[in-house]
Every structure is written in structure tokens, then in C-alpha cells.
Design a protein around this ligand. Structure first.
Ligand code: ADP
Ligand code: MG
Length: 336
């Protein structure tokens, strides 16, 4: 067969596969956009495990009507004013989420900028961008995604049951929400009772997501080494789980699943926990954006630390010290 250039639609769908793998990835992108817009309330409504419908509404800054076409165009972002990806301080920056979702679903973006006379909306139907139209919305932004992957049957086939996809959406939102206690989240699905996470203190939010038992049976972490800060909570060695699902890690507010961090977490407990058990922990790492690369993968669950040894040493040292302090306190109480 001769070599030929792929059509824009096909190129977009291939690229979309990198960002939107399943409904939970759509939820992640839309919630991150809401947070980047400074939202204090985010509502997620789904039907059919997010395949039939996903609607994310926020009370954030909104988008000016004349910028709506740019918002759904590939590689357009308001988040890199000086093109320096090393210093990105927002969760998004690639300008890929909305166009990607729009290329494999029916997307309606409705927004109202504070002070704007009225709201406006734009639709993208499997890659076809419509015109900007006046719409009704009192504040912020609402993104409605319908019939995800209907035009990409190969993708649809790989999705799990509505129930499983719905749970993955909740899981994803909770991983983000654990680090954003000041924001109110509401997750509602047709087949489940809504989860409401009111604005709360960090430990209240952790209790609501990881469990009240963990909140009561964990020690606060607060350590710093050469500009890398570790906050969060680590469970006592007696509080363990059979899998690593109960380990929440954020780097500069971004939920990640980093092998090095998780292995350092396990190493910190050493023999204090049976080999086949996993510690429960919520770890918040904060460091200079120049010292960590979040640009590894479009879905951005991976990060690369400039100095992984430093981060590993900080984690192990801080958790061991915290556990030792707690052990000392416990033995003093027992003796006294
Ligand atoms: P990115 O987040 O990487 O910039 P997106 O495709 O997710 O790319 O969004 C494109 C642009 O649309 C954003 O840069 C932002 O300006 C705007 N945008 C998207 N969602 C929202 C929202 N919920 N509130 C305000 N602006 C938004
Ligand atoms: Mg985004």
C-alpha cells in the first residue's frame, strides 16, 4: 500500500487514546480543569458508568465566549503564558483534554466568565466543532460529555461494566479530592447514592475518603530536606491492608502513582509490617516544579524526580522517625 497522510479526524482519535482511556480519565481531566479554574465547588454527574453521560460543573473562573473555540482546539491552553513547561504550576498545560474528549464523544462546553452578560456554549460532536451560541448558566463552567467512544467501537469493547467504570470514576475523583480539602465535591451516578465531600480540614477530608479509622490511627508527617517537603499522614504499622489501593500520593497537588514513592513507603515500614501487607498512607510531596518532570505521559500519572534518591531518603527517614516517635510515646504511656 502507498504511504499516505492520515486524516485529521484519525490523527485526533489516535492522540485521544493517549489521554482518554476510559470514563475515569475523562473525569480526571474535567475535574483538574475545574481546579485549575479556581473552583470551590465541583459536581460530577454520571450515567451508564460515564459512558452515556458525564457532566462536570464548577464555579470557577469561566471562559470568555470568544475563547470557547480555542478551548476545544488541540494544543491551545491558557496555562503556559511563557511556554516554560518546566515551571508549570497548574494540573493541565497540554491543551489536549477537551479536543481529545471531543474527538471521541459528544462534548458540550458551557461557560460564563464573571461579569459576562450571559453564558455561551460550544459543541464538539466526534471531532466536528460547532458554532458558539448563547446559553444559560449562572456561573463557572459545565462540561457535558455524552456517548463516549460510541464512534470508536474498539475502545468501547475494552471498557468494563457500568458499575466498574462508575467506581473507577469515584476512585479517581477521591484521589484528587484527598489533596483538595478546601473544595466541595459532589459525585452522583444514577445507580449509586451521591458522595458528598463538603469543604473540610485536611484530616477531615482524609477521614471521609480513606476512613475515620485511618484518620484516628495515623501519624502526621511534616518533614523537609533540601527544598522537598513531605506532608500527610502515615498509618501505624498495625493498620495495614492487603493491597496498595489505600496509598494516596500527590506531587505538587497532582495525584500520582509513582513506583519509587510507593516502594520507599513500603521500605519505611520494613519488618514492622508483615511482608504481604501494605501500609496505608496519604503523602503530599511539594517541591520546586523545576525539580520534577510531570511531562512524562499525557495522562500525567507518572512523574520523574530530578533527584529520586533525595525523595526516597526523605520519605523513608520521615516515616521511620514518625513511627519511632509514636512507638516511644506508646511505650511511655504503657510504662507510666
Ligand atoms: P489544558 O488544561 O491542558 O490547558 P484542556 O483541553 O483541558 O487543556 O483545556 C483547554 C483550555 O480550556 C484551558 O487551558 C482553559 O483555559 C479552558 N478550560 C477548560 N476547562 C475549564 C474550566 N472548567 N474552567 C475554566 N476554563 C477551562
Ligand atoms: Mg486540562
Amino acid at each position: 500500500m502507498p504511504i499516505r497522510q492520515l486524516s485529521e479526524t484519525t490523527i485526533d482519535r489516535i492522540a485521544a487514546g493517549e489521554v482518554v482511556e476510559r470514563p475515569a480519565s475523562v473525569a480526571k481531566e474535567l475535574v483538574e480543569n475545574a481546579l485549575d479554574a479556581g473552583a470551590t465547588r465541583i459536581e460530577i454527574v454520571t450515567a451508564g458508568g460515564g459512558k452515556t453521560l458525564m457532566r462536570v460543573s464548577d464555579d470557577g473562573s469561566g471562559i470568555p465566549a470568544d475563547e470557547l473555540p480555542l478551548a476545544v482546539r488541540r494544543h491551545c491552553t491558557s496555562k503556559l503564558p511563557d511556554e516554560d513547561i518546566a515551571l508549570v504550576g497548574t494540573l493541565g498545560f497540554r491543551g489536549e483534554a477537551l479536543p481529545s474528549i471531543g474527538s471521541v464523544a459528544h462534548l458540550t462546553l458551557t461557560s460564563r466568565r464573571a461579569g459576562a452578560g450571559e453564558a455561551a456554549s460550544i459543541t464538539v460532536a466526534n471531532g466536528r466543532v460547532g458554532a458558539v451560541k448563547p446559553a444559560a448558566l449562572s456561573k463557572g463552567t459545565t462540561v457535558e460529555v455524552r456517548d463516549l467512544f460510541q464512534a470508536v467501537p474498539a475502545r468501547l469493547k475494552f471498557l468494563k461494566t457500568d458499575r466498574a467504570e462508575g467506581s473507577a470514576i469515584s476512585e479517581m475523583v477521591k484521589r484528587i479530592a484527598v489533596a483538595m480539602p478546601q473544595v466541595r465535591f459532589e459525585i452522583a451516578g444514577e445507580d449509586r447514592t451521591p458522595t458528598i465531600l463538603p469543604a473540610a480540614s485536611p484530616i477531615e477530608r482524609i477521614g471521609a475518603i480513606v476512613g475515620e479509622a485511618f484518620a484516628a490511627d495515623s501519624i502526621e508527617l511534616d518533614a523537609e530536606r533540601e527544598g522537598v517537603r513531605l506532608g500527610g499522614f502515615a498509618g501505624l504499622p498495625t493498620f495495614s491492608r492487603g493491597n496498595a489501593l489505600h496509598q494516596f500520593v500527590t506531587v505538587n497537588g497532582r495525584p500520582v502513582r509513582d513506583k519509587m514513592v510507593l516502594s520507599a513507603l513500603r521500605a519505611a515500614y520494613g519488618d514492622a509490617m508483615p511482608r504481604d501487607r501494605c501500609p496505608v498512607a496519604v503523602l503530599f510531596l511539594e517541591l520546586d516544579p523545576a525539580l520534577v518532570d510531570v511531562n512524562v505521559h499525557p495522562a500525567k500519572a507518572d512523574v520523574r524526580f530530578r533527584d529520586p534518591g533525595l525523595v526516597r531518603g526523605l520519605l523513608i527517614g520521615a516515616i521511620r522517625q514518625a513511627l519511632a516517635r509514636e512507638g516511644l510515646k506508646a511505650s511511655r504511656t504503657a510504662a507510666g
